[in-house]
Design a protein around this ligand. Structure first.
Ligand code: DQA
Length: 141
């Protein structure tokens, strides 16, 4: 069984991008953490990143039949009906994850198009939030 960890725009820049907000870990570090967490629970891991909204829709569709999705849609969280519809369409349990505590930031980050179709939401714990998301998925029936 497989868990898909899908990352949206600008997350390829982790480590150098606003480190005061997002920390020093790179996306490769996040991937390593996710691989270790999935392996510990006996799950295969697919890990992807894209800066493009349509590609993120394709990645979500490609996760059909998986155990679950850990999704950091980054800025598209706050803008994208297409990504929300993709999550609803595939019917795969999806955990919405954000590195930063979006509710402690600008008001435009307080609304998520994804939360209503997500199984749960984790934010504010940095890369560890991805591990928490994987842990939540593996415990689902
Ligand atoms: C983010 C929060 C979003 O508001 C922002 O646009 C991002 C990253 C996070 O992981 O904290 O790009 O999803």
């Amino acid at each position: 069984n497989t868990i898909h960890v899908l990352n949206g725009p600008n997350l390829n820049l982790l480590g150098t991008r606003e480190p005061g907000i997002y920390g020093a870990a790179t996306l490769a570090d996040v991937e390593a953490l996710c691989r270790a967490e999935a392996a510990q629970h006996g799950f295969e891991l697919v890990f992807k990143q894209t800066n493009s909204e349509g590609a993120l829709v394709d990645f979500i569709q490609a996760a059909r039949g998986a155990k679950g999705i850990v999704l950091n849609a980054a800025a598209y969280t706050h803008t994208s009906v297409a990504i929300r519809d993709a999550v609803a369409a595939v019917g795969v349990p999806t955990i919405e994850v954000h590195l930063s505590n979006v509710f402690a930031r600008e008001p435009f980050r307080h609304h998520s198009y994804l939360s209503p179709v997500a199984r749960g939401v984790i934010c504010g714990f940095g890369p560890h939030g991805y591990a928490l998301g994987i842990q939540a998925l593996v415990r689902l029936p």
